[in-house]
Write a protein that binds this ligand. Structure first.
Ligand code: 3HC
Ligand code: NAI
Length: 726
């Protein structure tokens, strides 16, 4: 007999509201087993309604003597993917999750969590509050809270160490990494893997999880299995210095971040305190993080990365089918782009200039793929299959005649690019998307070389292209919405984050970079050393300082760009010459062994010669160097970045401030826990950023012209977040 009832709110008063919150939790009773189903699309997040629904379901279950076991499962694509992140920062509404989970754990009848999809965060905590756990073979588990600036705050830091031991718990909680079903079984997180249901995307995995849970519950009843509460497991003893060592390790690995440290303290509480006190300790540490700027920044980053795909012009457009990719140029970028496409199962034809360059490109592609094999990311079989089937290189452009999309990554020269696009126009089939990976050049001019500018787009990858997640999709004047949609679809296929950008010198990221580079050069001319600038910005949270980045990219690249722009440079611009002089002396950075730093076996260290070039530059400009504090370095860097970003938004080069944040976070090493430059500006206050710009303008009025949008927002008392929401 089956009987499905939506659960009532516990002790619910008659609801005067005309539209009461719908209950996403229903209970079906089948042969004395209560099947509690969560249906809160898209990811069954633990919203208030879900928490209240589960609470009410267990109130009914507790009072119904005919029920002998319980199964809790998620409908559709996944078990519960965690707390409802949209509720963060708002006042908590009872029942709160720790109480709901305590109630599940306290149930006097065996409770089985039947897992599929991704059981994450609060979802995994619900599963750990259940007495038994079974999972479909394709299920994955994790506690990603640390990536959102918080910790598992519903008992996860107390129950996981009891199930898996402290070492595994510290690893999973401080990294947020996911484990698959097999690893979950091995570490003691789940009890078994269900035998049914393969990785068939079309199968109803929610129904499969329900069936697996039901079979497990029947077996528990038949064997008269007892209730088995995680809280009753005694945590294993650990060496006394484990936590101190972990703290030191995370201080190095997650520089500046609060959440990993609090995660460790919470797990330590699981070992040193009785369960209830450990839970209370976890709550305090959780609340501290919940109230932090870092949490707000990381949640902003999470939603911005999803919002960025919402581009009005492609809403109604369908992407073109992509199977065969052409890549032109097999240098740094071309080889990386080819590998990225090959690892995503696409077929790649790479074109180089001559037989020798073809062999070099083949070797680079094979080398990068071999690296993936070494790191265990690619099987040897797949490696061989890719090289003998999906990949080929040639010097004959005719090999691109059936490509669905061609991505050009030849030298950064307009003449070379124009020549390539003229040839592509003659060879490619109608409907093929013609893309350029140019860093700065005008995509409209490149498109004009073809008879089909509507099919031309910029796809700006970042180096190394098979690793970096950002893809700027540069929409030229005549690019159709269908082609733009195809750029976004390709990014998704390559597991990259696409950001829409308009055409200008450098698009979103490199344009802003060029501007803040001038500001840091200004800080050096004013008195800071390039090494002090790098150190201050690394302390601020950047992965690398700007001068170290230049060394890595090759100082000749920026030099070439500056030479290209020299004829149009405004005479009012203060032009720092020290970087050009380093290049003139043959220092191109890592590739020549010397640049701003000396790169040798001892590891990078400052190249003191730089200071002579800087001193000469100051003398020529009549600047007496002064003390520049680390704070001033950061203030200059951020004010310049935000100011140019405001112009980029106002001109429509970026759709919204959040598009700038996603670009800087994923392509330029901006610290995620600061949310991106626009979020940072909102956090410190736009008025302060404007005041900084006005302060620095007294030294260089041309560089420090406040962006009109910034002035307007300050005058209206608004924030960049207001523009995101508009
Ligand atoms: N709360 C609210 N909304 C969520 C959400 C959550 N936990 N997780 C995902 N969503 C939303 C997304 O914003 C998106 O909304 P949109 O369609 O309006 O843009 C939609 O669900 C689909 O998400 P994705 O585009 O990310 O879908 P994918 O299939 O690519 O990925 C996922 C699914 C793996 C579940 C991924 O969404 C994810 O990682 N979610 C976050 C999981 C997480 O961090 N959970 C922990 C939350 S904190 C917590 O539980 C605290 C507790 O300890 C107290
Ligand atoms: P690279 O110099 O490493 O490679 C360019 C390759 O193109 C060379 O192998 C060359 O033989 C080949 N080539 C030149 N003309 C050709 C032609 N007519 N037909 C076929 N192949 C030809 O340069 P890199 O760094 O890979 O840059 C390529 C493009 O990507 C440039 O436009 C650059 O601005 C852009 N880019 C570079 C980034 C970087 O970090 N290196 C980042 C993002 C974009």
């Amino acid at each position: 007999m089956s009987d499905v009832v939506p659960n009532a709110e516990p002790n619910a008063e008659p609801n005067p509201e005309p539209n009461p919150e719908p209950n996403p939790v229903s209970t079906e009773i089948l042969d004395g087993i209560a099947l509690v189903a969560i249906a809160n699309p898209p990811v069954n997040a633990l919203s208030h309604a879900v928490r209240a629904g589960i609470d009410a379901a267990f109130a009914d279950i507790d009072s119904d003597d005919s029920i002998r076991a319980v199964v809790i499962y998620g409908c559709d694509r996944t078990f519960i993917a965690g707390a409802d992140i949209r509720e963060f920062g708002k006042p908590p509404q009872a029942p709160v999750l720790p109480d709901v989970i305590n109630r599940i754990e306290a149930c006097e009848k065996p409770v089985v969590a039947a897992l599929h999809g991704t059981a994450l965060g609060g979802g995994l905590e619900v599963a750990m509050g259940a007495h038994y756990r079974i999972a479909l073979p394709t299920a994955r588990f994790g506690l990603p809270e640390v990536t959102l600036g918080i910790l598992p705050g519903a008992g996860g830091t107390q129950r996981l160490p009891r199930l898996t031991g402290v070492g595994v718990a510290l690893d999973l909680i401080t990294s947020g990494r996911q484990v698959d079903a097999e690893e979950g079984l091995r570490i003691g997180l789940i009890d078994r893997i269900a035998s049914q249901a393969g990785p068939d995307d079309t199968a109803d995995l929610g129904a499969a999880a329900r069936a697996a849970g039901l079979a497990f519950a029947r077996e528990l009843i038949d064997t008269k299995a007892a209730v088995r509460r995680t809280r009753d497991i005694a945590p294993a003893d650990v060496a006394s210095d484990v936590f101190a060592e972990y703290r030191a390790k995370m201080a190095r690995k997650s520089r500046g971040q609060l959440a990993p440290q609090n995660c460790i303290s919470a797990v330590e509480g699981a070992v040193n305190l009785p369960f209830a006190e450990g839970l209370a300790n976890e709550r305090i540490l959780f609340q501290e993080l919940m109230n932090s700027d870092q949490r707000a920044a990381l949640i902003h980053a999470f939603f911005a990365e999803r919002q960025v795909a919402k581009v009005p012009e492609i809403k109604a457009a369908s992407a073109r089918a992509l199977t065969r990719i052409g890549v032109i140029g097999g240098g740094t970028m071309g080889a990386g782009i080819a590998v990225s496409a090959l690892l995503s199962g696409l077929d790649v034809t790479l074109i180089e200039r001559d037989a020798e360059a073809v062999s070099r490109a083949e070797a680079s592609v094979a080398g990068i793929l071999q690296g993936s094999v070494k790191r265990g990311k690619l099987s040897q079989d797949r490696y061989e299959a890719i090289l003998s089937g999906a990949f080929r290189a040639s010097s004959d452009y005719a090999a691109l005649s059936d490509a669905d999309i061609v991505i050009e990554a030849v030298f950064e020269s307009m003449d070379v690019k124009k020549d390539v696009f003229t040839r592509l126009d003659a060879i490619c089939k109608p409907g093929a998307v013609l893309a350029t990976n140019t860093s700065y050049l005008d995509v409209n001019q490149i498109a004009a070389m073809t008879s089909r500018p509507e099919d031309v787009i910029g796809l700006h990858f970042f180096s190394p292209a098979h690793v970096m997640r950002l893809l700027e999709v540069v929409v030229a004047d005549k690019t159709t919405a269908e082609v733009t949609a195809t750029g976004f679809a390709l990014a998704k296929r390559l597991k990259k984050i696409a950001v829409r950008a308009g055409v200008c010198d450098g698009f979103i990221g490199n344009r802003i970079l060029s501007h803040y580079r001038k500001a840091v050069d200004g800080a050096v001319l004013a008195g800071a050393s390039p090494f002090a600038v790098d150190r201050a910005l690394v302390d601020f949270g950047l992965a690398m300082g700007p001068f170290a980045v230049s060394d890595l990219a090759g100082l000749d690249i920026g030099w070439a760009t500056r030479k290209r722009l020299a004829p149009t440079r405004d005479p009012r611009e203060t032009y720092a010459k020290f970087a050009d002089r380093l290049c003139e002396a043959g220092h191109f950075g890592r590739k020549t062994g010397t640049g701003f730093y000396i790169h040798d076996a001892e590891g990078p260290r400052p190249n003191e010669e730089v200071l002579d070039h800087v001193a000469r530059d100051r003398i020529e400009k009549g600047i007496s160097p002064r003390e520049i504090s680390d704070q001033e370095i950061v203030d200059r860097y951020m004010a310049a970045m935000v100011n140019e970003a405001a112009r980029v938004v106002e001109e429509g080069i970026a759709l919204r401030p959040l598009d700038v944040d996603v670009t800087l976070l994923n392509g330029y090493g901006y610290p995620r826990w600061r949310g991106g430059p626009m979020h940072y500006a909102d956090t410190v206050g736009l008025a302060r950023i404007l005041a900084d710009i006005e302060r620095f303008a007294s030294e260089d009025a041309f560089l420090w012209q406040p962006a009109p949008l910034l002035k307007r927002l300050v005058a209206e008392g608004k924030t960049f977040a207001d523009l995101n929401a508009a």
